[in-house]
Each structure stands twice: as structure tokens, then as C-alpha cells.
Design a protein around this ligand. Structure first.
Ligand code: NAP
Length: 283
């Protein structure tokens, strides 16, 4: 029988726990979010981050900019937020306007406030098997989901499809750190089906709707769908042909309601953990 992994429920547990812990604090964790693009989805994501922060009792500061923002102004803001003891996490919503250099901005964030875990120091720590100040939210959420459902990763063949710095690569690293044997596939990979057929765990993060078909999945495999693809009718679907693959997989995440809620829950958890680390000995 197939288990549909309930990301909403798992995320709710994390958020409820954070809410309780936050109530007991004298000071509140604070997340600063910078939105400097015109993208409709980014606006929705930022509004959701703000809402979740406030729901938990965190302080939330959102900096919204129009196209006139310069790289220099953004750099100045990052320096101010780095120095501000009342801000614990800094998140730059990507992508930025095309005239801005996002990599330079990410590298200026104090790694101890890098709530997204994108700073090279945090990425490097993850790759070395050391504890980063924060782990990228989506990969962290995926591992938490697998653990919540007690899915054993040791010695398992896992394939991650997609090699972005924010999802694919860190997910492959985390799975490796959990003792899985990991293949990292991408758009130039040959014979993807041969590789997925051999996998005990398939994690797809491509943004290609229904890329993973039933004949690509081994019976009993665990299938985690990170993809978010908006259809013409406005409905969101994943990278996996869910209706067909769910008959073959042992565990599968739906879209929506799978990985997505875990990403936001892990962002909130990262904010809380950075707050604790920055206030050690004070609270
Ligand atoms: P991205 O930066 O565009 O990366 C996509 C990756 O998929 C690339 O590595 C690309 O290969 C690979 N790819 C594209 N077409 C492929 C194909 N036909 N076969 C195999 N690999 C293919 O995207 P991303 O930021 O990682 O996000 C991936 C998806 O996850 C998107 O749908 C995004 O919306 C979603 N997402 C969801 C969450 C969540 O919380 N649920 C969070 C973040 C992202 P190349 O490197 O060769 O180009």
C-alpha cells in the first residue's frame, strides 16, 4: 500500500512546537526579508513568510523595493541588517531584479544570519559534514519528511534530479551525509530512466511537469516531488505523474501539500535556531 506523505501535517507539528517555544521567550526571533523583484510568485512567497513569522510571534521586517534600487543601496542595507542585534535572520528573495548581482549580496550576509543557508561558508560546512549555521530550507525539509516517516536512508540508492544550488546539490549532500548512495542527475544526464529505475529514493527538483513517469519508478520506491509547475488553469502540479506513480511507490509526496509546507516550516525553524545561537547566555 502506498503512503501519501503529509507535508502539511509534518510542517504544522514543527510550527506548533516553535510557537510554544517562542511564547516562553522574553525576546522575539526576528526575520528580515528583502524583496527586490517584480515576480508575482516571489511576492506571494514573501507574504507567506511574513504571515508565518507573525503567526509564530516572531518579528518580521519586509523590505520591498522597486526597480530603482541600486546594488549599492542593497549592499548598505545588508551591512545594516548584519550589524543590527535585533535581526536574527536575513533572507534575500531570489531572483533579484536583473541589474542586481545576487551572488555578491548573498556573500555579504553574515553567515550567522544567513537563514537560507546559501552563503558559501554554510554551503562549505554542509559539504564538509560540519554543522552550518543554517541548512537550506527545502533540502532540510525533505530530510525531515523522510525521517518523520522513518524511511531508512543508509545504503539506499537515491537519485536527485536537478542540480541547483538551492535544492538539488544540497539535497544530494544531505543524503550523502545520511549514508545514502547518491546520483545527481540534470538536463544533460543520459538514460535518466535507467538511473531512476535503479533508485530506492527518487527526489525530483526540475520544474518539468510530469517528468517522472510510472515506467521510470521501481516498485516500492520512495518518491519526493519538489517541483512546482503552474498549469494553464492555474493548478499547481509537480515533476511527478502523481496519479500513476502513486500506484507503484511505497511513499510519495503530493504537490501541493508535500515539500512546500516543509520549506516554510524549516525557514521558521532556522530563524528560531539562529536567534538562539545569537542569544546564547542571554536568554
Ligand atoms: P532550477 O534552478 O531551474 O534547476 C532545475 C534543475 O533541473 C537544473 O539542474 C536542470 O538541469 C534540471 N533539469 C531541467 N530539465 C530537466 C530534465 N528534463 N531532466 C533532468 N533534469 C532537468 O530550479 P530549482 O530552483 O532547483 O527548483 C526546481 C523546482 O523545484 C522548481 O519547480 C521550483 O519551483 C521548485 N521548488 C520548490 C520548492 C518547494 O518548497 N517545494 C522550493 C524550491 C524550488 P541543468 O542544471 O542541466 O540545467
Amino acid at each position: 500500500m502506498t503512503t501519501i506523505i503529509d507535508g502539511k501535517l509534518c510542517a504544522k507539528k514543527i510550527l506548533d512546537d516553535l510557537k510554544q517555544k517562542t511564547k516562553k521567550l522574553q525576546k522575539k526571533p526576528a526575520l528580515a526579508v528583502i524583496l527586490a523583484n517584480d515576480d508575482a510568485s516571489s511576492k506571494v512567497y514573501v507574504a507567506s513568510k511574513e504571515k508565518h513569522s507573525l503567526d509564530l510571534g516572531f518579528d518580521s521586517c519586509v523590505y520591498r523595493f522597486d526597480k530603482s534600487i541600486t546594488q549599492g543601496e542593497l549592499i548598505k542595507l545588508i551591512h545594516e541588517l548584519n550589524e543590527n542585534p535585533n535581526i536574527n535572520g536575513i533572507l534575500v528573495q531570489l531572483p533579484l531584479f536583473k541589474h542586481l548581482n545576487s551572488q555578491e549580496i548573498i556573500e555579504l550576509i553574515n553567515p550567522k544570519k544567513d537563514v537560507d543557508g546559501f552563503h558559501p561558508i554554510n554551503v562549505g560546512k554542509l559539504n564538509c559534514g560540519l554543522e552550518p549555521y543554517a541548512i537550506c530550507c527545502t533540502p532540510k525539509g525533505i530530510i525531515k519528511l523522510l525521517k518523520e516517516y522513518k524511511i531508512n536512508l543508509t545504503g539506499k540508492n537515491a537519485i536527485v534530479i536537478g542540480r541547483s544550488n538551492i535544492v538539488g546539490k544540497p539535497t544530494a549532500t544531505l543524503l550523502t551525509n545520511e549514508n545514502a548512495t547518491v546520483t545527481l542527475a540534470h538536463s544533460k544526464t543520459k538514460n535518466l530512466k535507467e538511473l531512476t529505475k535503479n533508485a530506492d529514493i527518487i527526489i525530483s527538483a526540475t520544474g518539468v511537469a510530469k517528468l517522472i513517469k510510472a515506467d521510470m519508478v521501481k516498485k516500492g520506491a520512495v518518491v519526493i516531488d519538489v517541483g512546482i509547475n503552474k498549469q494553464a488553469n492555474g493548478k499547481l502540479i509537480g515533476d511527478v505523474d502523481f496519479e500513476k506513480v502513486k500506484n507503484i511507490a511505497s511513499y510519495i509526496t503530493p504537490v501541493p501539500g508535500g515539500v512546500g509546507p516543509m520549506t516554510i516550516a524549516c525557514l521558521m525553524e532556522n530563524t528560531y535556531e539562529l536567534f538562539l545561537a545569537q542569544n546564547k547566555g542571554i536568554i
